[in-house]
Ligand binder design. Structure first.
Ligand code: SAM
Length: 472
C-alpha cells in the first residue's frame, strides 16, 4: 500500500512496504558513518528524526556513534525534562474481556482467572488505598466488554475517582487505557476530564496483529490503529501510544511507532503526548517464551535512547513490568514517567490477598511507592506528583510549545518540588522525608526565574502549615 503520512487509513500511514524499505535502508547503511553522523547532527539540533533516520540510528553498528546516541539521549532528557520523574499507578477496574489476545491472560477463553468488575464502593476503597500511598495520578485499565464494561461504567468510575477526597489525598489526573472506541465515546471521555488516552498498538505488523488477536473486536487492525485519530477528533489532544515489545521484530515496531507519531503530528499538529515501552511478561496462562521476538536489555535501552532523540518533546513511560535494575539503566536515556507500588490485579490495592488471582501480568519491580521515591532521589532524580499542565489546560500543542521553549524548568521543576513536599509531609517514611527535604533545598536553587523561585519556596513552607495543591 502507498505510504501517505496524512492518510486516514491505517495501512497507508503505517505502510507495510515503507516499513520493510526502512528496515532494508537501515541495515544497508548501518556502517555508513556519513549518513549516521548527519542524522545525529539533526537530532542534536533538536529537529527530531524521521522514521528512516531513527531506524538508521537504531541499526547503527559503529561503537563510537552508538555512544553518541546514548549521550545525546541523556542530554536531551536533561535539557527538556530536567531530572524530574513523574509517578503514577495503574488501577484495574474490570478484567471482563471479550477479546482473544494470545499474550494476555484476560482473554475471553481463560476460565482459570476470576472475573471481577469493581463496584463504585470497591473502587472507592482502591482509590483510598492509592491515595494513602501518596498517588495523585492514575491510569485506569479495563478489558474490552461492551456488556460488562460499557462507556457509562468507565465514566461513572472516573467521576467516583475524582470525587474521593480522603485526608489530604486526591487523584488529580486520570489517564485512561481502554480499548479502541468511537469518536462519540472519546468525546465523552474528554468531557469527563481525562488526562491522556492511552492505547498500545501491541504490534504494527498487520499480519501478526491479526494472528495475535484472533477473535473479538480487537481483531480489526484498522479500527485499532486509527483509534488515536478518532480520539483526536473527539477532542482528546493528549494521546499515549506504545507497542508490546516481543510480538513482532523490534525494528518493525520501532519504525511503525515513529510513523504513527509522524502521522499524528502531520494530521493534527501535535504528536503523541507519551510513548510507553511495555515488554511481554509472564502471566496466568501466558509464557513469554512462546513469543519469539523478545528483546534483551541492551536493545531495549537502545530503542529508548533512539526514541528520545527522535521525538524530543514526547514523554516516555516505563512500568513495573521492568525490574529495578532495568529501570535504573534506561531511566537516564529519556524516561519521564514511571509507575510505582503497582498492582495489576482487580482490587489488589485495598486487598493485596487478591493479588495473584486476577493479575494481568507479573510485576518485576515490587517496591513500595515510598521505596521508589527514595530510590529516585538517591540516583539523582526528583520524584514528581505533578498534574498541573492538564489542570491548567496546557495540553496538546500548548504543552508542546512550553516544552519546546524550555520553559518547563520554570513550571515543572517547581511543581515537582511542591508535590514532592506534599508527599514527604503526608506519606513518606522518616528516612525518605529526610532525604527529600535536603533535595528540595538544593533543587530550589535550580529554578531559573527568581520570582517563581521565591513563590515556590513560600508555598513549600505553607505545605508545612497544612495548605495543599499549589501549582504554576
Ligand atoms: N484492554 C485494553 C486494550 O485492549 O487496549 C487495554 C488495557 S490492557 C489491561 C493494557 C496493556 O497491557 C495491553 O495493551 C497490553 O499491551 C499489555 N499486556 C497485556 N498482556 C501483557 C503481558 N502478558 N505482559 C505485559 N503486558 C501485557
Amino acid at each position: 500500500m502507498k505510504y501517505d503520512v496524512l492518510s486516514s487509513k491505517a495501512e497507508e500511514f503505517i505502510s507495510h512496504e515503507e516499513i520493510l524499505a526502512t528496515i532494508e535502508y537501515a541495515n544497508e547503511n548501518k556502517y555508513n558513518a556519513e549518513l549516521i553522523s548527519k542524522a545525529l547532527d539533526k537530532a542534536e539540533a533538536l529537529k527530531g528524526l524521521t522514521h528512516r533516520e531513527a531506524s538508521l540510528l537504531l541499526a547503527c553498528d559503529i561503537p563510537e556513534y552508538n555512544e553518541r546516541i546514548f549521550k545525546l539521549a541523556e542530554q536531551i532528557k536533561k535539557d527538556f525534562y530536567g531530572n524530574r520523574i513523574v509517578l503514577f499507578a495503574p488501577l484495574y477496574l474490570s478484567n471482563y474481556c471479550v477479546n482473544g489476545c494470545t499474550y494476555c491472560p484476560y482473554h475471553a477463553k481463560n476460565k482459570r482467572i476470576p472475573r471481577i468488575k469493581m463496584t463504585q464502593e470497591q473502587i472507592r476503597r482502591e482509590v483510598i488505598a492509592l491515595q494513602d500511598m501518596g498517588h495523585k495520578r492514575l491510569a485506569i485499565e479495563l478489558g474490552e466488554d461492551p456488556i460488562n464494561n460499557p462507556i457509562e461504567y468507565v465514566l461513572e468510575s472516573i467521576k467516583t475517582i475524582y470525587d474521593i477526597k480522603h485526608k489530604n489525598g486526591e487523584i488529580r489526573r486520570i489517564n485512561v487505557n481502554i480499548a479502541a472506541t468511537s469518536v462519540e465515546n472519546y468525546r465523552k471521555l474528554h468531557e469527563a476530564g481525562i488526562g491522556t488516552y492511552i492505547l498500545f498498538q501491541e504490534t504494527y505488523n498487520k499480519e501478526n496483529y491479526e494472528k495475535l488477536h484472533p477473535t473479538g473486536p480487537k481483531h480489526n487492525y484498522a479500527y485499532h490503529t486509527e483509534a488515536m485519530d478518532r480520539a483526536m477528533e473527539g477532542g482528546i489532544d493528549d494521546v499515549g501510544i506504545g507497542v508490546l515489545f516481543g510480538l513482532s521484530t523490534y525494528q518493525y515496531e520501532f519504525a511503525g511507532l515513529l510513523m504513527h507519531a509522524e502521522h499524528l503530528e502531520a494530521k493534527f499538529g501535535v504528536g503523541p503526548h507519551t510513548i510507553s515501552f511495555p515488554r511481554i511478561k509472564k502471566a496466568d496462562d501466558i509464557d513469554p517464551n512462546a513469543f519469539d521476538n523478545s528483546i534483551n536489555d541492551d536493545i531495549f535501552a537502545k530503542i529508548i535512547a533512539c526514541t528520545r532523540i527522535s521525538v524530543p518533546y514526547t514523554g516516555m513511560i516505563i512500568s513495573t513490568r521492568e525490574s529495578k535494575e532495568c529501570r535504573e539503566k534506561v531511566i537516564h536515556y529519556g524516561i519521564s514517567q514511571i509507575s510505582g507500588g503497582s498492582k495489576t490485579s482487580v482490587g489488589g490495592y485495598a486487598d493485596p490477598e487478591k493479588e495473584n488471582d486476577s493479575e494481568q501480568f507479573d510485576i518485576s519491580d515490587k517496591r513500595t511507592l515510598d521505596e521508589i521515591v527514595r530510590w529516585l532521589m538517591e540516583i539523582g532524580y526528583i520524584p514528581s506528583f505533578c498534574t498541573a499542565c492538564y489542570r491548567a489546560e496546557r495540553t496538546g500543542d500548548r504543552f508542546m510549545d512550553l516544552c519546546k521553549s524550555k520553559q518547563i524548568l520554570n513550571f515543572c521543576h517547581p511543581n515537582a518540588l511542591m508535590t514532592l513536599k506534599e508527599f514527604l509531609v503526608d506519606y513518606a517514611s522518616p528516612e525518605t522525608r529526610k532525604i527529600g527535604k535536603e533535595l528540595i533545598k538544593r533543587e530550589l536553587l535550580n529554578v531559573p526565574n527568581e520570582k517563581v523561585r521565591d513563590v515556590c519556596e513560600q508555598h513549600i513552607q505553607e505545605i508545612d502549615t497544612g495548605k495543599r495543591d499549589f501549582y504554576f
